[in-house]
Design a protein around this ligand. Structure first.
Ligand SMILES: [Fe+2]
Length: 477
């Protein structure tokens, strides 16, 4: 990085004094705002202290209730534009340099910040458990972000923490993960992926391969049991996008599956992932991993995403993207709507919304854990593998559906995307709406487990099962 980008110091103080000052100016909001619902969160990652960062001012003007920093909050391991593992002294210097940004200090004074780190503030590019200065880096992280001297976080190994803010019914849980301190070493492949110069990391699984480490995994399971309406999980690296060769949860597929399984097994509703690292912005979504659409909103490049235009990276889960330009992410929550609306947004350097996805909170609802299927009873995926005319008994949780034809039929779907390749539909015809089902409507089945017996038929090419007799349909208690 060229030295002409050295930030202008607003006041000429020594580095030590800058560090002291920042400790004093840390916003201390936990008590003050614990009962107020959060309506506006800003988040982002990748801000080098070696270039101007006008977006700090934009975020201050946006006036979020909280700012979540997802790492690379400083670049300690970049010297004159080249990567070089940092010394503890260099990490401290980088924090002191950030403390001399007047816009950052203004933001800092008015907005509570909840941060984790990524590799460049950890001190070494793509580093994990093996990094020699990780404890020194952790102490400087806590000093900079104002962790109280007597906080148990100072004794905890790794930078992870969670908070729940807001009254019952409007609680936002913010969970910040540490994907560095415990992460087992990655191994590089030998051949670049097509379209990339970089050699990919080899997908690793098996004994000793971990992203979060045992203590953090246990802690996370406890956090997901706490009641909250919306849960924002901050991960420095991307969880869903995995078609690129760089760092991602996809490099440890079993660990990623463990994360999904944890969300499913705790029946944790309202999870949205936010991530950084990639120096681009994108929103990814996957319908199939936690029982409801899981979003991963990547905001990466507070001042590191305008270094040149580039094609969006391949990502089959991408919903929308911002391949060029510095940006930050925002999450706005309209708690007053009948079904609260969560807006997931990426904003340009001037604060304008670049892309967004609006999600009703009810969509992010964990279904009940699947009930056991007796022998011979098939899942929707098994039913979809059968042929027209095959007899079967299928069991699933009713996720979506509706009444059609003026009450002629009730459609019960196994998947949130009723046109999607994983959906199986049970069609309950009026002739079956007798006895216990005489007054049934869609709400009688929504969110419940059904077991239906019949034969596969086709409707517009899609496999389904039609029920004409109430005896062939069971609500599983
Ligand atoms: Fe970065």
């Amino acid at each position: 990085m060229s030295s002409r980008y050295t930030p202008v110091a607003a006041y000429s103080r020594t580095a030590t004094f800058a560090s002291l000052l920042i400790g004093l100016l840390v916003f201390s909001p936990d008590r003050a705002f614990a009962d107020q619902p959060i309506t506006k969160i800003a988040f982002g990652s990748c801000a080098t202290q070696q270039r101007p960062c006008p977006i700090w001012s934009t975020i201050a003007d946006y006036q979020p209730d909280w700012l979540l920093l997802l790492g690379d909050n400083i670049y300690a391991d970049v010297v004159e534009g080249r990567l070089k593992p940092a010394t503890p002294e260099r990490i401290q210097e980088a924090y002191d340099e950030l403390a001399r940004f007047p816009d950052f200090m203004r933001l800092r004074q008015q907005t509570p910040i909840f941060a984790t780190w990524d590799d460049h503030d950890y001190g070494n590019n793509d580093a994990g458990v093996e990094w020699e200065h990780k404890d020194a880096a952790a102490k400087m992280f806590h000093d900079f972000f104002g962790t109280p001297a007597d906080s148990p976080l100072r004794k905890q190994r790794g930078i992870y923490d969670a908070k729940i803010i807001g009254p019952p019914g409007k609680r936002v849980q913010m969970i910040m993960l540490d994907t560095r301190y415990f992460r087992s070493e990655l191994e590089k492949g030998t051949e670049p992926l097509p379209g990339f110069r970089a050699k990919p990391y080899v997908a690793a699984s098996g004994e000793g391969v971990t992203m979060l480490g045992d203590a953090q995994w246990k802690w996370l399971a406890e956090q997901l049991k706490q009641p909250a309406e919306l849960r924002i999980i901050g991960s420095s690296i991307q969880v869903l996008s995995d078609d690129h060769p760089f760092e991602k949860w996809g490099n440890m597929p079993a660990e990623r599956e463990r994360l999904f399984e944890l969300i499913r097994s705790q029946e944790a509703s309202g999870v949205v992932i936010i991530s950084g690292d990639r120096h681009l912005g994108e929103i990814s979504v996957d319908n199939d991993v936690v029982g409801y659409p899981l979003y991963d909103v990547t905001a990466s490049g507070l001042n590191q995403a305008n270094l040149g235009w580039r094609m969006p990276e391949p990502n089959v889960r991408r919903h929308s993207s911002l391949p060029y330009g510095n940006h930050f992410g925002s999450i706005e929550i309209d708690w007053d709507a009948e079904d609260p609306v969560v807006s997931l947004q990426l904003r340009h350097e001037d604060g304008e919304i670049a892309v967004q996805s609006r999600v009703p909170l009810s969509l992010l609802k964990a279904g009940p854990a699947p009930k056991p299927r007796p022998e011979g009873v098939v899942s929707p995926l098994q039913a979809l593998a059968m042929n027209e005319g095959d007899g079967l008994t299928v069991q699933f949780n009713v996720v979506t559906g509706r009444v059609i034809g003026d009450g002629e039929r009730i459609l019960l779907n196994s998947d949130i995307d009723f046109r999607g390749p994983k959906n199986f539909t049970v069609v309950v015809n009026r002739s079956a709406l007798t006895g216990a089902y005489a007054n049934a409507n869609f709400d009688s089945f929504k969110g419940k487990t059904i077991r239906a017996t019949g034969a596969i038929s086709l409707y517009n090419g899609a496999k389904q099962l039609q029920i004409d007799d109430a005896a062939k349909l069971l609500l599983v208690e």
